[in-house]
Design a protein around this ligand. Structure first.
Ligand SMILES: Nc1ncnc2c1ncn2[C@@H]1O[C@H](COP(=O)(O)OP(=O)(O)OP(=O)(O)O)[C@@H](O)[C@H]1O
Ligand SMILES: [Mg+2]
Length: 223
């Protein structure tokens, strides 16, 4: 399958921001890529969900339930949220849904939930999904203190499972930089052998942020 798996070092790190920018850039460049959020949980009904945002970035090219087969009310890992609701998540169903999208489009971008080893089903994590789909993983991480360790652990977990690393993107999720920020790109490159593709600025305004993230990632992500 041609595509990309967007994971992160944690929840709330910027996967959806980065995923939407990549989708918009690729589609503007003529690639028919479709975004998918296999499972989402706990989104505020007053706000657009991740699946809504990915769908908007793809001009509504597929129905919501097609790009997001599982939705849960509680803000929990999908496997846990499903258990609480007396439901089950099936990896096979997600893989089938992704393959159906891949058959209708040139590429599929899959956004995880939280980090790489978040439980997706009773037996599988998001790493198992990336492997089942044969996709390389883009790792989104915070720009500040703690990120070197989080990125190194995530890259080690990817390599242990032979999931190709598509790249690393650092994102300033807080307004103030801490003293580690100027050192983190070089430390991550030294520890992982992979230089981060970009460090995104903190931008409060949503529309302005979307356009800046797009320009910072333009031409840097290959499918
Ligand atoms: N560069 C930035 N500047 C300012 N705010 C940001 C930036 N990046 C992300 N945010 C904000 O941080 C929050 C988390 O971002 P996002 O939803 O992309 O994270 P996520 O990794 O997709 O989370 P989840 O695990 O829930 O899918 C959002 O409210 C977003 O508006
Ligand atoms: Mg998200």
């Amino acid at each position: 399958m041609r595509g990309l798996f967007v994971t992160a070092t944690d929840t709330g790190v910027g996967k959806t921001e980065v995923a939407c920018a990549i989708l918009r850039n690729a589609r503007a460049a003529g690639l028919d890529v479709i975004g998918m959020k296999p499972a989402q949980s706990g989104h505020d009904p007053g706000e657009p969900s991740d699946a809504d945002r990915l769908r908007a970035a793809c001009d509504g090219a597929e129905p919501l339930e097609v790009i997001c087969p599982y939705t849960f009310a509680a803000p929990l890992a999908p496997a846990v949220a499903a258990r609480v609701e007396g439901k089950t998540v099936s990896l096979a169903r997600i893989v089938d849904a992704a393959r159906a999208l891949a058959a209708r489009h040139e590429a599929v971008l899959v956004e995880g939930a939280g980090g790489l080893l978040v439980p997706l089903t009773e037996r599988e994590t998001y790493a198992d999904l990336a492997r089942a789909l044969g996709l390389a993983a883009l790792v989104v991480a915070r720009a500040g203190l703690g990120t070197v360790n989080h990125v190194a652990l995530t890259v080690e977990a990817l390599r242990a499972r032979r999931i190709p690393l598509a790249g690393i993107v650092l994102n300033r999720t807080v307004a103030e930089d801490d003293p580690s920020v100027p050192h983190n790109v070089a430390e991550i490159a030294r520890l992982t052998g992979c230089e981060p593709l970009a460090t995104l600025p903190f931008v409060r305004d949503i529309a302005e942020r979307a356009s800046i993230v797009r320009s910072r990632l333009a031409g840097k992500i290959q499918f």
